[in-house]
Ligand binder design. Structure first.
Ligand code: M6R
Length: 610
């Protein structure tokens, strides 16, 4: 959740840390801080609020040093304020630490440290670590071993960076459960919780694995295991252009990412459609095609928007491949005792590839012997590396906290997996070709929807003051209703619920009156007439209806208050089109309410804690 950066070299670390934190701010943005060592003397600046506030304070107080660490926080333990902001420090102010993750046994450790005379400034779990390390230093150990011994006492998840003014030539970093990368420069090295923070400086990246600890000097690094064995790390070349992580002239990342969808969806299918054979080609699944197609069962597990994508995947795989599918919240999967058999396939979907619950569920599925596939966006992420085989969605960096383009790309990839499995089983060549034609036509159809952005903005204007929203859809569009409601609530703070349209009469209908807008996803498909009946039921209770319908549907216009038209496609792919107006609707409502859509309150882009 939190963003961490570090620098060691010949330059002043502080502007580099601030720049890196700006690129990581989507991970957490309630408070921020930097610490650096200058000529053996360390200093620290922290603020409540955003990195821009930190930048101002740093300029004012002229902090500098060739070695430094910085942090942007998403609060878990303790309120978002300056005291709880990182870096945390020992009582001598010689040792500084930043942490991303949760120390689960912090309260036991804290009690023991207090009994030894340690005083705590903050309410955080992280501060325990800095005092614990200090206690080992005070026993005569060097920094590296003090960190290592401390981590052996810790339960939970961490990505940490530690600096110490008595050993000012190094940063100690370690990882367990939270991401951490080292960027290799020329006579200087960088550290971050996310490659995005480093691409302005280097493309040479080392991914630290769980239970690894490294000493980073300005001209080299040494990695070891927590149990002190030497580890040889590979340096990866990461190809992300700086423009890909900038706003590119848009007011918000979210809008840019919505508008990018013709291109991102194209990238998800590029080189993967074999028209002549009516099948998809997914390099990352090579050698596993038959195993997947003849799985006894497929279980899809994910969180949030990725879980919604999984629900659509269930409809796809069951309809076309005829394989039984279950979809599970990763957070529930990991704490049940799920029945997994060796001939089950599990698909884990994650944009970031770092979601703690999804990663833990994946490890559990592996232990139980399932074939474990990853569907991720971030190349080299933990979930991608942990999976046995998998497919990248290639949507490009998604910075806005509300997931948009990753969702449509996840759906494209799920449709490709479905096509692969279905063609291996019963789907005919002709039907396979038809699906490919429809997948191939998606980018143009999305571009058509984006052209009516102004119309959607106009509709949004009328609902800025709504307190509640209901989203209804059936079949493939039920998960889209859930996703539309999630988009609205996370960025506009309007309470919204998604329901299968037919479920409305079992409860939610009691809520409907003239103040309760209902968004109904009503493409012309086999359940269209039934959805029209649901609309009538809402209208009969004076509810306002916004419908998402097909371009050739004139019948619906007179039934509803507002209608947004999208092109037609086959049922399986319809969610890729119907979700786009819902993304735009949520976006415009939030902007008109004056909210920060890219950094909504209480949220973070990458949920690396439980
Ligand atoms: O990176 P992941 O796809 O694993 O993230 C899962 C959820 O945290 C994420 O989809 C979240 O719900 C988004 N804020 C939705 O917009």
């Amino acid at each position: 959740m939190c963003g961490i950066v570090g620098y060691i070299g010949n330059q002043n670390s502080v502007p580099i840390l601030i720049e890196g934190l700006k690129r990581l701010e989507y991970r957490g943005y309630d408070s921020a801080g930097v610490a650096s060592i200058n000529l053996g003397k360390s200093d620290l600046i922290k603020v409540k609020g955003k990195v821009s506030a930190l930048e101002e304070k740093v300029k004012h107080e002229q902090l500098q040093g060739n070695i430094g660490i910085g942090h942007t926080r998403w609060a878990t333990h303790g309120a978002p304020n300056e005291t709880n902001a990182h870096p945390h420090f020992n009582s001598d102010k010689t040792l500084y630490l930043i942490h991303n993750g949760i120390i689960e046994n912090y309260s036991v450790l804290k009690t023991a440290l207090i009994s030894k005379g340690y005083n705590f400034n903050s309410e955080t779990d992280s501060e325990v670590l800095v005092h614990l390390i200090d206690s080992f230093i005070k026993k005569g150990n060097d920094l590296f071993n003090s960190v290592r011994y401390s981590l052996n006492e810790v339960e939970g998840a961490y990505g940490i960076c530690v600096i110490y003014s008595d050993e000012p030539d190094k940063i100690i970093v370690a990882k367990k459960g939270s991401p951490l990368v080292i960027g290799i420069g020329d006579g200087e090295n960088y550290i971050a919780s996310d490659v995005n923070a480093l691409i302005a400086y280097t493309s040479q990246i080392v991914y630290l694995e769980d239970d690894e600890i490294a000493v980073v000097y300005k001209d080299k690094f040494q990695a070891r295991s927590i149990s002190d064995e030497e580890i040889v790390k590979e340096v990866h070349e990461v190809k992300i252009a700086l423009e890909e992580i900038s706003k590119g002239g848009y007011q918000h990342y979210m809008l840019k990412e919505i508008m990018e969808q013709p291109e991102s969806v194209r990238n998800s299918m590029r080189g993967r459609l074999l028209y002549e054979d009516g099948i998809s080609k997914l390099g990352g699944l090579e050698g596993f095609d038959n195993r997947i197609a003849y799985s006894r069962r497929i279980v899809i597990s994910a969180c949030g928007t990725s879980w919604h994508a999984g629900l659509v995947g269930e409809y796809m795989l069951e309809q076309y491949a005829g394989i039984p599918v279950e979809v599970d919240y990763a957070s529930e999967f990991r704490y049940r005792n799920p029945v997994i058999q060796p001939d089950d396939t599990m698909i884990f979907i994650s944009q970031s590839g770092e979601t703690a619950d999804t990663l833990a569920a994946m490890k559990e599925a592996k232990r139980k012997g399932a074939l474990v596939l990853g569907v991720c966006n971030v190349v080299g992420s933990s979930i991608a590396r942990e999976s046995t085989a998998g497919v990248y969605i290639h949507a490009g960096p998604e910075i806005g906290v509300a997931s948009t383009k990753a969702f449509t790309s996840q759906l494209v990839v799920l449709s490709l997996i479905t096509l692969l499995a279905a063609r291996k089983r019963n789907l005919s060549l002709i039907d396979g070709k038809k699906i490919i034609e429809e997948i191939d036509s998606l980018p143009d159809k999305i571009a058509r929807i984006l052209k009516i952005n102004d119309q959607i903005e106009h509709i949004a204007e009328k609902f800025v003051d709504a307190k509640n929203f209901l989203y209804l859809g059936r079949g493939y569009n039920f998960p889209v209703a859930l996703e539309g409601a999630l988009k609205l609530k996370e960025i506009s703070y309007i309470h919204a619920e998604g329901y299968p349209a037919a479920e409305m009469k079992h409860g939610p209908i009691a809520l409907i009156d003239e103040n309760m807008p209902t968004v109904v996803i009503a493409p012309k498909d086999s359940v269209y007439d039934k959805v029209l009946s649901n609309i009538e039921e809402v209208k009969a209770r004076k509810g306002k209806v916004i419908a998402i319908a097909n371009e050739d549907d004139d019948q619906i216009d007179k039934l509803v208050d507002h209608v947004i038209k999208v092109p037609q496609t086959i049922r399986m792919l319809m969610p890729i089109l119907t979700v786009i107006p819902l993304q735009l609707l949520a976006y415009h409502i939030a902007v008109k309410k004056g909210l920060n859509v890219d950094q909504p309150r209480n949220l973070a882009k990458s949920v690396t804690v439980e």
